[in-house]
Design a binder for this molecule. Structure first.
Ligand code: AKB
Length: 318
C-alpha cells in the first residue's frame, strides 16, 4: 500500500487504524473519510473528506483526485443495530461495499473488507470453527458479511482485483467506544470496572465468543494487506482471533487487578440470541500459515493494558 483511502473512519476501528496507517505510510498518504467531521486525530492528523460510500461518483472522484492504490472499506452497521434496522444495515454494508468495489475496480485499487465472526451461524461447528465451513448466519449483519466475502472473492476471480479481508472477532479498545455490536460488553466492562467496580452484563454466563485487542487487529490489517499475494488462498475472509472468553472469564481477569470487582447479569434476549448463533472459538491456522498472523495480547495482558488506559483517562478528566 502506498496511498490509502479509509471509509467509515470515525468508527471503533477507524479512529485507531487511521493514525496507525499514517505513522507507517506518512500522514499525507492516508485519506480518512466519514459521513461527518469529528474533531480529533482522524480529521486533523492528515487529509480528511466527508464521504457517503453509497455515492459512487463521489467515491470515484476522490480515488482519482488522491491517486489512491488501496481502499480500507470500514463503513458499516454492526450486529445488534443491524437487527433493529435491517434495511439500513443492508444499504450501508452491501450497497456501500458494492459501490466502493465498483469505484475501486477500474482504478486498479486493492480493497480491504472487514468481515466478522457474524458470517457464521447456528449450524456452524462452534468449537475450533474451521476456516472453510457452513455459513448460514441468522442476522442481517451476518448476511451482509457472508455476501461481502463472496462479492470480494468474485471481484478477485472475475476481474483480478486485489481484494482481501479478515473475519474480525469482538474488538476491545479504549480510543473509541464500539456502537451497536454484540461483543461491546467486553469493552464496557472495563469502563465500569474502573469507574464503579462492578458491571451488569447483557450477555449470559457461559457464552463464549472470540475476541482480540485492537493493537493486534491493526497489525493484522497491515500484515494481510502487505502479504505476498501468491501466498493468499483465502483472500477475503480469514478467521482471526486472539482469545475466547465468556463474561465470567473476563471478570476473573479483571479481578486480578481489581480484586473486589463484581459481575452481575441482566441478559438482553436480542444480543444473547446473536451471541448464541456465533462460534465459541475459531481455527486461525490459515491466517497464520498464509500471511503470518501473530497476535501478541492474551486476556490478562489485554486486561492490564485496558485498565491502565481507562483509569489514566478517567484521572485526566478529574
Ligand atoms: C459485533 O458485535 O457486531 C461486532 C462483530 C463481532 O462483528 N463486534
Amino acid at each position: 500500500m502506498k496511498k490509502i483511502l479509509v471509509t467509515g473512519s470515525n468508527g471503533q476501528i477507524g479512529v485507531e487504524l487511521v493514525p496507525y496507517l499514517r505513522k507507517i505510510y506518512g500522514s499525507g498518504n492516508v485519506v480518512a473519510t466519514a459521513r461527518k467531521k469529528v474533531p480529533g486525530p482522524v480529521s486533523e492528523g492528515g487529509p480528511f473528506e466527508i464521504l457517503d460510500v453509497r455515492d459512487g461518483n463521489a467515491v470515484g472522484a476522490l480515488l482519482d483526485r488522491e491517486k489512491t492504490d488501496s481502499v480500507i472499506n470500514l463503513a458499516g452497521v454492526l450486529s445488534a443495530r443491524g437487527e433493529s434496522d435491517p434495511q439500513t444495515a443492508w444499504d450501508t454494508n452491501m450497497n456501500g461495499l458494492y459501490i466502493t468495489l465498483e469505484a475501486a475496480r477500474p482504478r486498479g485499487c486493492a480493497l480491504f473488507f472487514p468481515s466478522s465472526i457474524a458470517a457464521f451461524g447456528p449450524n456452524t461447528p462452534p468449537k475450533n470453527t474451521p476456516q472453510d465451513t457452513i455459513q448460514r448466519p441468522s442476522t442481517m449483519y451476518g448476511v451482509t458479511k457472508v455476501a461481502g466475502e463472496l462479492l470480494c472473492d468474485y471481484y478477485h476471480l472475475k476481474y483480478g482485483m486485489d481484494t482481501r479481508g479478515l473475519r474480525f472477532p469482538g474488538l476491545i479498545s479504549y480510543e473509541a467506544l464500539p456502537g451497536g455490536g454484540t461483543t461491546d460488553y467486553a469493552v464496557h466492562i472495563y469502563y465500569d470496572a474502573a469507574s464503579r467496580g462492578k458491571y451488569t452484563s447483557y450477555i449470559a454466563r457461559g457464552s463464549f465468543m472470540d475476541m482480540m485487542y485492537m493493537p493486534d487487529a491493526l497489525d493484522a490489517v497491515v500484515r494481510l494487506m502487505e502479504a505476498d499475494p501468491s501466498k493468499l488462498i483465502h483472500r477475503s475472509a480469514f478467521n482471526i482471533s486472539a482469545m475466547s472468553f465468556d463474561p465470567e472469564g473476563i471478570a476473573e481477569s479483571i479481578k486480578k487487578v481489581i480484586p473486589n470487582f463484581e459481575l452481575s447479569y441482566d441478559v438482553d434476549p436480542v444480543r444473547q440470541a446473536i451471541a448464541d448463533s456465533w462460534p465459541d472459538s475459531l481455527d486461525c491456522s490459515a491466517a497464520r500459515e498464509e500471511w503470518g498472523f501473530a497476535p501478541k495480547y492474551d486476556l490478562d495482558a489485554m486486561t492490564r493494558d485496558m485498565l491502565d488506559r481507562v483509569m489514566y483517562a478517567a484521572d485526566m478528566q478529574r
